[in-house]
Unconditional design. Structure first.
Lengths: 263, 268
C-alpha cells in the first residue's frame, strides 16, 4: 500500500514541474468552456425550452462538465510505453501490481488537475460567467459519490485500452476512438436530454454517459434526473463490474502472451 | 518527368510516403479512427440542429459549407505541414542539425521529410461535406465560384500552415512546445466549427484581426452563401482569405528565420 501512496505523490509532483504545460492547459479548458457557453447562449431561447432547460442552466452545464472532464488526468502511455520498450519485463518481476501502479499514476495526476486546475477554474468561472450553483449538502454528497464512481469507470476504460497494447503495435487509434465516443455521448459537450429518444436509450447501455453527464446533472438538476439516484447507483455498479471483468481479462491474457524475457 | 523526380524535395516526399506505407495496417486503422473522431464532432452539431433547427441564423446547409471550407484547408495543411507538428522532437534529438548542413531550405526539408498522406483523408471527408452542402442548399458552381473556392482553400491553408510554423518557431527558444501546440494548433480549431457570430464582440475581433482564423471559413462562406455581408465588420472581409494567408506566411517565415538565428543545438 505504501508504495502506491508514494507513487501517487510522485506523479503529483511530476505534474507540478511542467509549468508552461499547466498554464496552457488552463487556457485550453477555458477555451472550450467559452465556446460551449457561446453556443448554448446562441441557440437556447431566454425563456428556456420544453423541459425547463434555460441558457443559464446550460452555462453551468458547460462549466461543470468540462471541468469534471478536465480533472480526469490523461495517462495514455503508462502501460503501452512499458510494453513497447520491454520495460514491462522488469516491472513484472517486482513485487507490485502494474494495474494498481497505473491507478496510482492516474490518481496522482488527477489530484493535481483537481486542485490546480479544476477548483481554481471553477471559482474563476463562477465570477466571470456569473453562474449560480445552489447545492445542498446531501446533493453534494451524492455528487461526490458519482464523481468517485465515474472516476473508477474512467480508470477501467483506460486500463482496457492500455492493455490492448499487448495485442496491437499501436494503441493510439483506440484512444482516438475513445475520444470520439466521449465527444459524442459522454455528455462532455451535449447533454443526453437533447438526444432523440431511441438514441438516448441506446447510449444509456454504454458506460459513457456515466462518465460526465450524470455527475454534472446530479449537481444541476437533481430532481429531474433521467434515472433516479438509487437506480443510477446500481447502473454504476453494473458498469464497473462489467468493465472490471473485461479489462482484467484483457490484461491477464495479454501478460500471458507477452513474448519477452523468455516467457 | 525525370527532372521532377530528381528534385531533392520530391525525393524526400516520396521516401516519406514509402516509409509510412511500410505499416499499412496501422496506417489504415489510424485513418479510420481519425474519420470516426471527425464524425463525432459533426454528430454533435447535427444533434444541436435536430433540437434547435438553426444556430444563430445559420441552417444545416450553411453550417455544412462552413465545415467544408474548414476541413479542406485542414486536409491540405495536415498533408503538407505535418512536419511542423512534433518539431520539438526534431530539435531535441538533434535531427535539426543535419537539416542545417544541407544546401536546401530548412522549412522545405522538414516539410518534405514529414509529408503525410493521411492528411488526404480530410480531403475525402471534405468532398463528402461538399456533397452534403449541395444537397441541403443551392450553390451555383459557375467558373467564378469554383475559382474562388480554390483561392479560399489556398488562403485558408496558408493561414493554418503559418500558424503551425510560428508555433514550431517557439522550439528554437523553448525546445518544448507541445502544450502550446495543442492549444493554438488543435483546440483553437474548435472555434471554427460554429459561425463566428455566436461569440462575443471581443472574441470576434480577436479571431478576425489578431488570430485571424475566421478567414478560413466564416468570412468566405458569406461569399458562397450570398449572405448579407452588412452583418460583419466590413463587407470586403469576405475577400480577405488569400491576402491574410500570404501576409501571415511572410510573418511566419520571418519568425522562423529569427528563431533559426538564435538556435544553438541541444548538443545531443
Amino acid at each position: 500500500m505504501k508504495i502506491y501512496l508514494k507513487y501517487i505523490s510522485l506523479s503529483f509532483q511530476k505534474a507540478i514541474t511542467y509549468r508552461i504545460e499547466y498554464f496552457t492547459s488552463i487556457l485550453n479548458a477555458l477555451l472550450y468552456i467559452f465556446i460551449f457557453i457561446s453556443i448554448w447562449k446562441a441557440i437556447i431561447p431566454e425563456e428556456g425550452i420544453d423541459n425547463g432547460i434555460t441558457p443559464e442552466i446550460m452555462t453551468s452545464y458547460a462549466v461543470l462538465s468540462t471541468l469534471i472532464k478536465a480533472t480526469f488526468a490523461r495517462s495514455q502511455g503508462f502501460i503501452s510505453s512499458k510494453v513497447r520498450t520491454g520495460e514491462i519485463a522488469v516491472d513484472l518481476m517486482k513485487p507490485y501490481s502494474i494495474p494498481l501502479l497505473y491507478l496510482s499514476d492516474i490518481i496522482g495526476q488527477s489530484l493535481f488537475q483537481l486542485l490546480a486546475r479544476g477548483i481554481p477554474l471553477l471559482i474563476f468561472c463562477i465570477f466571470f460567467f456569473n453562474i449560480k450553483i445552489e447545492v445542498e449538502l446531501i446533493q453534494f454528497i451524492k455528487f461526490i459519490n458519482l464523481y468517485f464512481l465515474s472516476f473508477i469507470i474512467y480508470y477501467l476504460i483506460s486500463l482496457f485500452i492500455s492493455s490492448l497494447s499487448f495485442y496491437f503495435v499501436e494503441v493510439f487509434p483506440f484512444w482516438i476512438l475513445y475520444f470520439a465516443l466521449v465527444t459524442f455521448m459522454s455528455g462532455a459537450i451535449i447533454p443526453l436530454d437533447f438526444f432523440p429518444e431511441f438514441l438516448k436509450n441506446i447510449i444509456l447501455f454504454t458506460p459513457f454517459p456515466y462518465l460526465f453527464y450524470f455527475p454534472t446533472m446530479v449537481l444541476l438538476r437533481p430532481n429531474q434526473l433521467l434515472i433516479n439516484y438509487n437506480e443510477l447507483l446500481l447502473n454504476y455498479f453494473i458498469n464497473i463490474v462489467i468493465l472490471f471483468i473485461i479489462s482484467s481479462l484483457i490484461y491477464r491474457m495479454g501478460i500471458r502472451k507477452l513474448p519477452i524475457a523468455g516467457g | 518527368m525525370k527532372i521532377f523526380l530528381e528534385n531533392p524535395y520530391i525525393r524526400l516526399i516520396i521516401s516519406s510516403i514509402q516509409s509510412k506505407m511500410e505499416y499499412r495496417g496501422t496506417f489504415l486503422i489510424f485513418l479510420l479512427t481519425i474519420l470516426g473522431f471527425y464524425l463525432s464532432q459533426v454528430a454533435v452539431i447535427a444533434l444541436m440542429l435536430y433540437k434547435f433547427k438553426t444556430i444563430k441564423g445559420w441552417n444545416a446547409g450553411e453550417l455544412a459549407m462552413l465545415y467544408t471550407l474548414l476541413i479542406f484547408s485542414m486536409g491540405v495543411v495536415s498533408t503538407i505541414f505535418s512536419g511542423m507538428i512534433d518539431f520539438s522532437d526534431f530539435i531535441r534529438k538533434g535531427d535539426y542539425d543535419r537539416v542545417l548542413l544541407r544546401p536546401l531550405s530548412t522549412i522545405g526539408q522538414i516539410l518534405s521529410i514529414n509529408f503525410d498522406l493521411t492528411g488526404l483523408a480530410h480531403l475525402s471527408l471534405g468532398f463528402v461535406a461538399l456533397v452534403i452542402t449541395n444537397h441541403l442548399i443551392h450553390i451555383n458552381w459557375n467558373f467564378a465560384n469554383i475559382f474562388y473556392f480554390i483561392i479560399t482553400i489556398i488562403g485558408g491553408s496558408l493561414i493554418l500552415g503559418s500558424i503551425r510554423i510560428m508555433v514550431a518557431s517557439v522550439c528554437f527558444y523553448a525546445i518544448s512546445n507541445e502544450s502550446l501546440q495543442h492549444l493554438i494548433v488543435f483546440s483553437s480549431r474548435e472555434f471554427l466549427m460554429y459561425p463566428l457570430n455566436i461569440y462575443t464582440r471581443t472574441v470576434q475581433i480577436f479571431l478576425t484581426f489578431i488570430f485571424p482564423i475566421a478567414f478560413i471559413n466564416y468570412y468566405p462562406s458569406y461569399y458562397f452563401l450570398n449572405k448579407d455581408p452588412s452583418m460583419i465588420f466590413h463587407p470586403y472581409l469576405i475577400y480577405g482569405t488569400l491576402p491574410m494567408g500570404i501576409f501571415l506566411f511572410f510573418i511566419a517565415i520571418f519568425l522562423w528565420r529569427l528563431g533559426e538565428r538564435y538556435y544553438g543545438s541541444t548538443g545531443s
